[in-house]
Design a protein around this ligand. Sequence first.
Ligand SMILES: C[S@@+](CC[C@H](N)C(=O)[O-])C[C@H]1O[C@@H](n2cnc3c(N)ncnc32)[C@H](O)[C@@H]1O
Length: 204
Amino acid sequence: MSLAFLRAFARDPISVGGIWPSGETLARAMVEAADLRPGQVVVELGAGTGPITAAFQHHRGPRISLEPDPTLAARSRARCPGVEIVEARAETLHAVLSNRGHLTAARVLSGLPFAIWPEARQRAALDAVVSCLSEDGIFVTFTYAHSPLLPAGRRFRQTLERRFRRLERSRLVLKNVPPAIFYIARGPLGDRGMEHPIRCRTRP
Ligand SMILES: C[S@@+](CC[C@H](N)C(=O)[O-])C[C@H]1O[C@@H](n2cnc3c(N)ncnc32)[C@H](O)[C@@H]1O
């Protein structure tokens, strides 16, 4: 399972962004923070080998996961047959949803390595999230614990502060390789939010 991930990393390190799949502790904590309600459309961005996918695969409602790498998509499909794994990029989320008759998603879970992406790439994926999330939607996205120290990681958090009504940071998840945190962003603001940045709070 992890060998497939390592190979994908070797093929395209900037897209995969990590050398090891997320652990169960992180995956469960993210899904719990997303507070899924029956019937809601839940989308995951960047399934990889499917650790986060596995944590929401029994959700009662539409479950869709986007993974552009065909080998990784096949892995997560085999692991989580209840989730529709689509070989597509986050930037095409609107088309993926509308092709399935959905106007918006209520929850978006992300494993995308935003903190190592250049600004244009961060923005393109985040634009897709903000425009597809319902008004009271929740976006949960993990990042490695050291990434807020990186310029791109700081920029990503500041962008989240501008584009959501409320932003919380999880506690440190040490039982993960490497240790990770995740952000819980509520209420997408689109471009309107750019003028009204809020402050990220640490989740109690
Ligand atoms: C850090 S890995 C996380 C994988 C898995 N969710 C986990 O937690 O172990 C990032 C994943 O995002 C995928 N990815 C990269 N760019 C993407 C994009 N634009 N849209 C959707 N997925 C993307 C990669 O192929 C990779 O599987």
